[in-house]
Design a protein around this ligand. Structure first.
Ligand code: NAD
Length: 349
């Protein structure tokens, strides 16, 4: 029996398919946007060149190169550029950093975004923005930053290096897994998250054998889309809050931090939601969710410990004592294991 729940669907249009970069200009036209500012990560310069040509006289300006975590000075420069060229819309091509910069502009100037993701971070499906100033990251939720159209083209991620791919998949899997136990979790989000996890795990296994396989890359983008949707509706829980603290305070890389922390938080939290745990285990092809995630990441060659990312044991202990959202002993247990990279066997409380 399905119990009572409340689920919010976010508006947005998804155009999915290898080669769909060619549809970006038509989507801009459909939105009625006349002067576009293109924001592109350096690795997507070629794609941005294509879009620039296809936009014809709707192209108004371009920002090449983005910085992780949207530093305020970078956001201010982008807003100034949007003002200067009188942009009435944005195209973001790249990973979470490029989409994050476009969101920072959309937040203050209320401009529609067409997002073209080239990693699996999933930001394109969420109304969440973030900006970093003086070493601390502020995040918020605002429908103004939710991209109006998302164009997924697997060709653009065909040459994403395997290490970046695997870490980005860990980020996307974190969205799927945590979405089943947050206070806002519901059956619709759970189904989205389980299907996302299935596509991500299958895509990662395949892409390790053949990094440019377009079906595997498509599977990963599909999983990223579902993971982002799950994050948007379920919000964040213990796992994301811990990663946020670690990333913000000790400047740890975003996606890799997820890979080290997720199996350890899963070991603690998944037993609270046995039905969802079983569904995710089936999706990943494992008989224990926490160890299944750990092994998936380790097999893909990503670090499953925080010490490799540069965190000291004292800092892990300090982070546990600083964290406010859960009992100290529980957080210490998670971070001690995540720091050392202990395989999460014996997943009971
Ligand atoms: P990123 O955008 O910095 O990209 C990671 C690296 O991959 C970069 O060096 C980039 O140049 C490279 N790259 C990207 N696409 C490539 C391609 N196709 N080929 C080769 N190289 C490529 O990092 P990310 O992990 O995508 O995103 C992380 C950021 O996104 C963080 O700031 C995080 O907070 C944010 N984020 C936000 C949300 C949200 O809902 N707001 C969700 C997830 C992540």
């Amino acid at each position: 029996m399905t119990t009572n729940f409340v689920h919010t669907f976010f508006p947005g249009r998804v155009v999915f398919g290898a080669g769909s970069l060619d549809q970006v200009a038509a989507e801009v036209e459909l939105l009625g946007v006349r002067r576009v500012l293109v924001v592109a990560t350096n690795s997507a310069r070629d794609a941005a060149d294509v879009v620039e040509v296809e936009l014809k006289d709707r192209f108004a300006g371009r920002i090449d190169g983005v910085t992780q975590h949207v530093p305020t000075e970078v956001a201010e420069n982008a807003r100034a550029k949007a003002r200067e060229i009188d942009a009435d819309g944005l195209i973001a091509i790249g990973g979470g950093s490029a989409i994050g910069l476009a969101k920072a502009v959309a937040l203050t100037r209320d401009l529609p975004i067409v997002a073209v993701p080239t990693t699996y971070a999933g930001s394109e499906m969420t109304p969440v923005w973030g900006e970093t100033s003086g070493g601390s990251k502020t995040t918020g939720t605002d429908l103004k930053v939710l991209p109006r159209v998302v164009v997924y083209d697997a060709v653009l991620s065909q040459h994403l290096p395997l290490k970046v791919t695997a870490a980005s998949v860990a980020n996307a899997l974190a969205h799927c897994v945590e979405a089943v136990w947050t206070p806002k979790a519901d059956p619709i989000t759970e189904t989205t998250a389980v299907e996302g996890a299935r596509a991500l795990a299958a895509g990662l296994r395949k892409v390790r054998q053949d990094p440019t396989d377009i079906d595997a890359r498509s599977n990963l983008l599909y999983g990223a889309c579902l993971g982002g949707s799950a994050l948007a509706t379920a919000g964040t829980g213990l796992h994301h809050k811990l990663c946020h603290l670690l990333g913000g305070t000790y400047n740890l890389p975003h996606a890799e931090t997820h890979a080290a922390v997720l199996p350890q938080v899963t070991r603690i939290k998944a037993p609270d939601v046995p039905q969802a745990k079983a569904r995710l285990e089936a999706a990943l092809g494992t008989n224990d969710l926490a160890t299944g995630l750990y092994d998936l990441f380790a097999d893909a060659g990503i670090s499953t410990n925080l010490k490799d990312l540069g965190l000291t044991e004292d800092q892990a202990d300090e982070a546990a004592r600083t964290f406010q959202g859960a009992p100290l002993q529980l957080v210490k247990d998670i971070l001690t294991r995540a720091w050392a990279g202990t395989r999460p066997e014996g997943a009971t409380r």
